[in-house]
Write a protein that binds this ligand. Structure first.
Ligand code: UDP
Length: 337
């Protein structure tokens, strides 16, 4: 049956991909986004759009919504260290208002965009949801605080909630038929795969490898990359799996680690470009290895990733980057005509 969903942060990378999946599954979607980091053009064409802040969610929340999917947040680790107040204000402050508005309007189902950054330095090879949470940045701390807030809301007021803790999200989504594409377009870009693709496109000269003296096989950091469309699948399953009074927390990753060098090598293979690299200092707060156990997501949500190979993830990210470049070229020639 078609349902009606409010997607906060639906003009951002993950939010827009999930909104597109919901629409493709036949649901109705309203996107709430303040466009502070997202783009109006990223909102799927079939969605209603409200430009506004999560803090003012009460204005738009009404009992017509079957659930809220909450992505709107500040999400840069480095920025959060420099400007922690912004992270508490937006991530925690926004969600306090959102939960109150949901309570007042009787919307009792929530899927929250949490993060591997809630764990901090991992204590085990495969991070499980019962591992200790000791975030190393205000970003991770603010997301963890929201998770605690949601737990309390479930216990006290019967909210049905699922928090999904993403590991390294990458790749892009292409709508069947319509030709719309949804991918990563942060400005400035800070994530590894889009940066390496910018080098392949000739927009940057080289990729900086942040440290090659980590205790890993090739000395560079190891991460668990997950395709954004597999991530979106998990959100649709989570909407169904949420149980009143329970806060379910699930990691999302493939359980496979790839080093920074392996990512760069995969980009060389996929794009056919040489991709020069330079060795740089370690980046503050980077753990050596961060790989998920997603056993709980498999068990509780019935989630099965469909594109676990790194090459498939990089291929889709590359297609999106090429389309975005062609689009920019078209926009430029249009502007000079
Ligand atoms: N990284 C790098 N060069 C870059 C960007 C990232 O070596 O220009 C490394 C970073 O240190 C980390 C990995 O790539 O080990 C993934 O970083 P990203 O920012 O993509 O995601 P994070 O793991 O921080 O969530």
């Amino acid at each position: 049956t078609p349902r009606t969903y409010l997607v906060t942060g639906g003009a951002g990378y993950v939010g827009s991909v999930v909104a597109a999946h919901l629409l493709e599954a036949g649901h109705r979607v309203t996107v709430l986004d303040d466009l502070s980091t997202g783009f109006r053009t990223s909102v799927p064409a079939g969605a209603d759009f409200v430009e506004g802040r999560v803090q003012d969610a009460a204005r738009w929340l009404d009992p017509a919504y079957d659930a809220v999917l909450h992505f709107a947040a500040c999400s840069q680790v480095g920025e959060s260290v420099a400007d922690p107040d912004k992270y508490w204000r937006n991530n925690l402050g926004g969600t306090i208002e959102l939960l109150a508005a949901m309570r007042d309007s009787g919307v009792r189902r929530l899927v929250f965009s949490s993060t591997a950054a809630t764990y901090g330095e991992p204590v085990s090879e495969l991070v499980t949801e019962t591992d200790p949470t000791a975030p190393t940045s205000p970003y991770g701390a603010s997301k963890l605080a929201v998770d605690h807030m949601i737990t309390g809301e479930c216990r006290a007021h019967g909210l049905a909630a699922v928090s999904l803790r993403y590991f390294n999200v990458a790749g892009a989504h292409f709508s069947p038929g319509a030709g719309a594409a949804y991918g990563e377009r942060h400005d400035p870009e800070s994530h590894l795969i889009p940066i390496v693709l910018q080098v392949a496109q000739g927009q940057r000269e080289a990729v900086s490898v942040f440290g090659e003296d980590y205790p890993t096989a090739d000395g560079t950091c190891v991460r668990d990359y997950i395709h954004v469309a597999d991530l979106a699948d998990a959100h649709l399953l989570a909407l169904e799996a949420a149980v009143p009074g329970e806060h379910l927390i699930c990691n999302l990753g493939n359980g496979n680690g790839f080093s920074v060098r392996q990512v760069i090598e995969t980009v060389r293979e996929v794009t056919g470009h040489p991709v020069p690299e330079v060795i740089a200092e370690r980046r503050d707060g980077d753990p050596a290895v961060l790989v998920a156990s997603a056993e709980r997501a498999r068990e509780r949500l019935g989630w099965v990733p469909r594109r676990p190979e790194l090459s498939a993830i990089v291929e889709d990210a590359w297609s999106f980057a090429q389309r975005a470049r062609d689009q920019r070229a078209t926009d430029r020639s249009g502007a000079t005509r």
